[in-house]
Write a protein that binds this ligand. Structure first.
Ligand code: A2P
Length: 336
């Protein structure tokens, strides 16, 4: 039984962490819910019990064994060292520690043993990366991958609970012919889409190639770290679409070994965390509403890429808040 704290408990991922801790019967001795001063004093129900939200502070972690952190990168940077100092292990959902060589970056279905190398913090990968890698890793193992390109269709949830609410309100306002003032998302989001709104210039902190946004760079660099293969050729185009909580991705994969569509389906059928969902006769393929609130990454539409040798296209959809964030973090905590 563990003393658990959630940093960012009132957020989109924090709320899902609570659902999953309860659903999966995580062995909890005590549960501390931490958020900003704005939320301190609010109550949140967990397994029928009201828990009062406390302000996240440096001294919040006394006696805590496990911190699930999803309050944003700058908050993790500021507070998680205090959690480690207090003796807790942190599973961090933000991007802040992901590329730190002392911090394992883990997808339990792919590199569970990396957890053993932790020095107090384990990072949860980027949501689009996790959703791409669940079907990609078994193909990588079975056939080898020459290159992969992902185009993402990303939901509002990746930008947090406030962005989801803004999408809902903006959709209603525009449908009624009213104007809407945005405060979270930079462009019209309802009835529109735009290339991902992460930074296109991260101030030279990483080797972000010119013209890429941070989200695209994360998919490339994190894949290398999780697979332990810096030579894998990965590329991405990230797009936000007006969907609430599940990301879709079109993957174009060139394999090393000559392979057929049927062999790919065979591998995907046995891939942990992946489910095939399709009925071509009804034009039925995985959709964000199929994946929302569900654990598996849904895959389908595997077909030959007519434009190059031994290359295939496929379509995958996964719940950004679940497998893309909270579920992966809880699976890491369960492994711990
Ligand atoms: P709060 O609700 O009090 O603002 P999301 O990713 O859905 O936007 O959620 C962000 C989470 O991070 C929320 O729980 C939010 O709490 C929390 N958070 C934001 N700023 C801080 C802060 N300065 N200190 C602690 N928690 C914070």
């Amino acid at each position: 039984m563990k003393n658990v704290a959630i940093a960012g408990a009132t957020g989109a991922v924090g709320q899902e962490l609570l659902v999953l801790l309860s659903e999966r019967n995580f062995p909890i001795k005590s549960l501390k819910l931490l958020a900003s001063a704005r939320s301190a004093g609010k109550t949140i129900k967990f397994k029928g019990e009201d828990i009062v939200v406390q302000e996240l502070r440096h001294d919040s972690f006394e006696g805590v064994d496990l911190v699930l952190s999803s309050a944003g990168g700058s908050i993790s940077k500021e507070y998680m060292p205090s959690a480690v100092k207090a003796g807790a292990v942190v599973v961090d959902n933000t991007s802040y520690y992901r590329m730190n060589p002392d911090v394992p970056l883990v997808v339990p279905e792919i590199n569970p043993l990396d957890i053993k190398k932790h020095k107090g913090i384990i990072a949860n990968p980027n949501c689009s990366t996790i959703i791409m890698l669940l079907p990609l890793f078994p193909l990588y193992k079975a056939f080898g991958i020459e290159r992969v390109h992902a185009t993402t269709y990303q939901a509002a949830s990746g930008a947090g609970a406030k962005a989801m609410e803004e999408l809902r309100l903006e959709s209603v306002a525009l449908a009624e012919g009213k104007t809407f003032e945005r405060t979270v998302i930079p462009h019209q989001y309802a009835f529109n889409l735009f290339p991902h709104n992460s930074s296109y210039n991260d101030g030279g902190k990483t080797a972000t190639p010119t013209g890429y946004c941070e989200e695209e760079w994360k998919m490339i660099a994190e894949t290398h770290k999780i697979f332990g293969d810096n030579n894998l050729r990965v590329n991405a185009t990230c797009v936000r679409v007006p969907i609430l909580r599940a990301h879709s991705e079109a993957l174009n994969i060139r394999l090393s070994k000559k392979t057929s569509v049927a062999e790919i389906y065979d591998v995907l059928r046995n891939a942990p965390g992946v489910e095939i969902l399709e009925d071509p006769s009804k034009n039925r393929w995985p959709m964000p509403i199929d994946a929302s609130g569900k654990d598996p990454v849904l895959a389908g539409r595997v077909r030959v890429d007519q434009s190059q040798e031994n290359a295939f296209d496929m379509w995958v959809v996964g719940d950004q808040i679940r497998k893309g964030a909270a579920l992966n973090a809880i699976q890491i905590a369960e492994l711990l």
